[in-house]
Design a protein around this ligand. Sequence first.
Ligand code: G6P
Length: 472
Amino acid sequence: MPRLITISNRLPISVKVVNENFVYTTSVGGLATGLSSTDAVKENFWVGWPGSTIDSQKEQTDLKEKLNQDNMQPVFLTDHEYENFYEGFSNKTIWPLFHYFTQYTIYKKSFWEYYKKVNQLYCDEVKKIAQPGDIFWVHDYQLMLLPGMLREVFPDATIGFFLHIPFPSYEIFRTLPWRKEILLGILGADLVGFHTYDYMRHFLSAATRIMDFNHHLGRINLPNRVVEVDSFPMGIDYDKFANAVYEKATIKEIIELRQQLGKNKIILSVDRLDYSKGILERILAFERFLGKYPEYQEQVTLLVILVPSRAGVEQYAHLKEQIDEAVGRINGKYNTLRWTPIFYFYRGLPFHTLAAIYYMSDVALITPLRDGMNLIAKEYIASKTDQTGVLILSEMAGAAKELTEAIHVNPNDMHDIVRAIHKALTMPQQEQISRNAAMQQTLKRYNVKRWSEVFMERLGEARQATEKVKQK
Ligand code: G6P
């Protein structure tokens, strides 16, 4: 039975050395969260970075041994590689560009050189553990050259690639000096997957216009093989969220939080701290809402949870300062002795606390300026076991394509967000229930397990299509 080798920038767990001991935590972000809950595959081996720089040879060997026992193969990065590959090309070039933040995009040759070098490092680590017949599934924007590199080493291997962020329109993508190399890298795969039909369309358009490759119904015919391109909207571990509310640890959290927050309505804002998420814009919209509808003062609390992320990248640090300032200013302006308008946490929260917060929140305000998918929106809906609650969702999030019963907003339009908050807070309960019931049905059916099964099925078919081409 073939093994699946999953390769992503991060392992699903992060490791730090504290006082010569390894300390393990769960990695944050959509990819790690989504994939860690899939058991759709046979044996799975995971290759990725353990989340911190570990230089000592002895520590590297010890950690590798430990992780290998859990079917994980670490890729160690030096400080230089971290700065130029992770913070540099991945998060100062590709991330802003693919999220349409061209003003933040840095085109720098040395970043690119490290991107190639580190993709090669991943390839070398895969080579060390690969066995004949293994299936490779490469994930996300940090490793777009890897499918091509693996194809060189294993010409007949089954290789899948999934991009977890948007693929931008051709006009944006074409500005990248290394656009051809990136396209060729991705096209090393047999199957290329995106969250939405639009990202797929953008990718095909780029491949056609930049490389002169033709496609028919998502199939690109290369001289000796075919590449299938399709959309596979990623799901969540639905039952994990739907069942959490019945667990003791969640119930305890609900009781404690209710004591703290009183009877106020709760509007929830939870994200990794990232400029693509529209967090500052959303906080300012809440301020406008309090000004426009003063009757809601002392009645509603905005709960802002920011999970620290990429703090070494300038824009992230700057955004944190702006959010701190805005929260302080708004609380200073509206605070009363019995009410704090914005409750603000800058840290990741344990699963049961998050589940309790999802369950208790009357409104989830999820307004990214751009987002590949946004699994938080899906987790919120899954957690609403009594089917009350309203999801306000940016039309710029991939998830908006599936969650059509949410209130959709243009995240750049503050008035639209204010209107949506008002509509959410006044929505009749029956309407909330019928909207959530419909969304729950969709999410339950197309959960993360199904997502990976469908991808794997299609990957097998794509590989067979190439075998047929070769036999001709
Ligand atoms: C997004 C990306 C993931 C990434 C995650 C967390 O979800 O698609 O690839 O792992 O953010 O970001 P980080 O830079 O901390 O890995």
